[in-house]
Design a protein around this ligand. Structure first.
Ligand code: CP
Length: 301
């Protein structure tokens, strides 16, 4: 593994190895405490973040590495003076061993990788992809379901702008006998390119307009926030599909409820007590999955 740009790049075997390394790091975290000694990782975020930036930074520190950072690169880096992303990357790559990049442009990570002399890790690119999020999502599913073959997964909410959904469905397509239910308003449907991708990979994709269309025994419900920050210059107003206790009564005790977070009101706080709600565990797993990725990229197998 060198750059992490899109979930297109992964093979099933990559996930098997990543999950095994993540298990090992979780079980023996201190043994990896000097793995990145002498390495510097830059975290450069042009969009806000809590989980991705802080879990990457915690991962770097837990591996014994050092961080250089700008958390609000859009306003606090020389981007505000008109410097291009590519010039910024050409400069920062001389200071560090890898760059974790979040940007509002869907092509930013791929473009940065074209000019960077160090690995680029895509930490969210516009409404395109968020591959490290979906790797931690897949790991979470693996921990709860033991196997990703044969799963049914309902992705809910903003399937148009939701980059975590775009990356997750690509990863799910690596597995056998997958059914994906896409529950959204008509204006926020999964883009045609992803539907086509899934069909080409033999995934059954079923668009839905209500929770009633999702089977009782669906394995995973993956709720998402409507990405209203992407609605600039439109008059789009979209009501959420809210998951509350009443909605959860329609699903099996074995169904798990995930969310990449942050949430607003699309999962009612009362659901947090439900044993099927695993979203905080999911975000905790994120640090370990990111430790594995950094180890893989900067130390090797
Ligand atoms: N899930 C996720 O990407 O969260 P942040 O925006 O807080 O990083």
């Amino acid at each position: 593994m060198y750059h992490i740009l899109s979930c297109d790049q992964f093979l099933r075997q990559d996930l098997t190895e990543l999950f095994a390394l993540t298990d090992e790091i979780r079980a023996n975290t201190s043994r990896f405490g000097k793995a990145l000694q002498g390495k510097i990782v830059a975290t450069i975020f042009y969009e806000p973040s809590t989980r991705t930036r802080l879990s990457f930074e915690a991962a770097i520190l837990r591996l014994g590495g050092s961080i250089i950072s700008t958390e609000n690169a859009k306003e606090m880096s020389s981007a505000i003076k008109g410097e291009s992303l590519l010039d910024t990357i050409r400069v920062i790559d001389g200071y560090c061993d890898a760059i974790v990049l979040r940007h509002y442009d869907n092509r930013a990570a791929a473009n940065a990788a074209e000019v960077s002399s160090v690995p680029i890790i895509n930490a969210g690119s516009g409404s395109g992809e968020h591959p490290t999020q979906s790797l931690l999502d897949a790991y979470t599913i693996y921990k709860y379901k033991k196997n990703l073959d044969g799963l049914s997964v309902a992705v809910v909410g903003d399937l148009l702008f939701g980059r975590t959904v775009h990356s997750l469905v690509k990863l799910l397509a690596l597995f056998r006998d997958i059914t994906i239910y896409g529950l959204s308003r008509e204006v926020l449907e999964l883009p045609y390119e992803y539907v086509t991708y899934l069909r080409q990979k033999g995934v059954s994709y079923i668009p839905c307009r209500s929770f009633a269309e999702i089977p009782y025994d669906v394995d995973v419900i993956y709720q998402t926030r409507t990405q209203t920050e992407r609605f600039e210059n439109t008059d789009l107003q979209v009501e959420e599909f809210v998951i509350d206790e009443a909605v959860m009564k329609n699903f099996s005790p074995q169904t798990i409820l995930m969310h990449p977070l942050p949430r607003r009101n699309e999962i009612s706080p009362e659901v947090d007590q439900d044993k099927r709600a695993v979203y905080f565990q999911q975000s905790h797993y994120g640090m370990y999955v990111r430790m594995s990725l950094l180890y893989n990229i900067l130390v090797g197998k």
